[in-house]
Design a protein around this ligand. Structure first.
Ligand code: PA5
Length: 389
């Protein structure tokens, strides 16, 4: 089957490749105030998930572009990079997607205006071998990183696509890859069906058969927001086809308890929940005594982190009275555990899609709106091809 290159993380993230990512990342970290990651869907979500969760110190500010067509957003980015030393990483598997294409054009023009011919040193491009992006790199002298042909965007966390921008932001990518490799070895050693990865894939399919149509990824650390977005894309694009699949959605606690929580608890019974539990957040904050009669005296001396844990327990207890609730544990919020989680969900998603009898690696529906949009853009340009515009 095509698209299986993610299965062995070493294939695209061996020590030599990691050295290259780190070498390029060091150049960026030394010279950039701002590093703009241009990409959409699988071409930016994994890096963003880890960078935004860990927020490593030092190094450039990371901005994200090429994931929408909003002039408001792009003008904001142009304002934010004003007067700063800027480097770009454009990531596109076949370099036809409109959003990153448009953003790359706009930002490249800005770089040319500012740095003259030296603009080229500031561009790193991640694309497939033989793509038009690679040809552009050769012609213009941009640094080129290979986007593996046998890995789809949403499975590309542990390749140049995810690892180089993570390294530029200061994430320990060796640890991240080690986490994924450890889980792979574990799966090889333990072939049993009750290994959590296999059990998760089997359980969600069983729940689907029983009529559950929505899976909520419930988490209690808002820094996992972008990770939940990565997870949503992984499952939605891999499974939602041929009129089948579970709709994946996120449930950010405790905030969402005060909005969608009511529906989750008592609305149409088609939801099951997967609680992403964190063993050790590495954070603690004891709430001080306070003589003001604010009605919250019971909080004095308690650790906010502990209160959050109690909330997680309480929510699960309340919800599981009605909804099936699964639990996945991430021991720590660090690079190693993100590596494990990427591999955990990629593997589980692959198995789950196979159980559902759909192709985990295609996304035929995504193409449909593009055709209409490109036709509309060509029409307005008097029938010219989009690349001539
Ligand atoms: O997972 C996928 O394959 C998609 O979500 C792609 O990552 C996304 O459409 C971006 O594609 P490209 O990198 O070709 O611009």
């Amino acid at each position: 089957m095509d698209g299986m290159g993610w299965m062995d993380p070493q294939k695209w993230a061996d020590s030599r490749k990691i050295d290259t990512f780190l070498e390029y990342a060091a150049q960026v970290r030394e010279k950039a105030d701002v590093f703009v990651l241009i990409g959409v869907g699988g071409s930016n979500q994994a890096a963003r998930a880890v960078i935004e969760a860990l927020r490593p110190e030092g190094g450039p500010r990371i901005l994200y572009a090429g994931n929408n067509l909003s002039a408001i957003e792009m003008n904001r980015i142009l304002c934010e990079i004003e007067g700063k030393s800027v480097y770009l990483n454009v990531i596109a598997k076949n370099f036809e997607t409109l959003e990153p294409g448009a953003a790359f054009r706009i930002l490249r023009a800005e770089l040319k205006k500012r740095y003259g011919d030296a603009y080229r040193e500031r561009i790193f491009a991640t694309g497939t071998a033989g793509s038009s992006l690679e040809a552009l790199c050769r012609e213009k002298g941009y640094r080129f990183l290979e986007f593996p042909e046998d890995v789809g965007g949403r499975y590309s966390a542990l390749t140049s696509v995810g690892l180089f921008p993570m390294a530029a932001a200061g994430v320990n990518i060796r640890e991240l890859v080690r986490g994924a490799l450890d889980l792979r070895k574990e799966l090889e050693r333990n072939q049993k069906e009750d290994h959590p990865v296999r059990a998760y894939a089997a359980m969600r399919n069983e729940l689907y058969r029983r009529g559950y149509r929505i899976e909520l990824l419930a988490y209690f650390e808002p820094s996992l927001y972008w990770f939940s977005r990565w997870w949503i894309q992984l499952f939605a694009e891999s499974e939602g086809k041929e009129e089948r699949g579970i709709y994946p959605a996120s449930f950010q606690c405790t905030e969402d308890l005060h909005s969608t929580g009511q529906f989750v608890q008592e609305g149409t019974p088609i939801i099951f929940e997967t609680f992403l539990e964190i063993g050790d957040t590495g954070s603690s904050l004891v709430i001080a005594e306070d003589e003001e009669a604010d009605g919250f005296a019971y909080l004095a001396g308690r650790d906010l982190d502990e209160v959050n844990r109690l909330a997680a327990k309480a929510v699960k207890e309340a919800h599981e009275k009605r909804n099936p609730c699964l639990e996945i544990r991430m021991e720590k919020l660090d690079a190693y555990w993100f590596g494990r989680m990427f591999y955990f969900f990629e593997y589980a998603c692959f198995l789950s899609a196979r159980l559902l009898n759909v192709d985990p690696f295609d996304q035929p529906g995504v193409e449909k709106y593009k055709k209409i949009l490109f036709a509309a853009l060509r029409e307005e340009k008097g029938g010219k091809e989009k690349y001539e515009a």
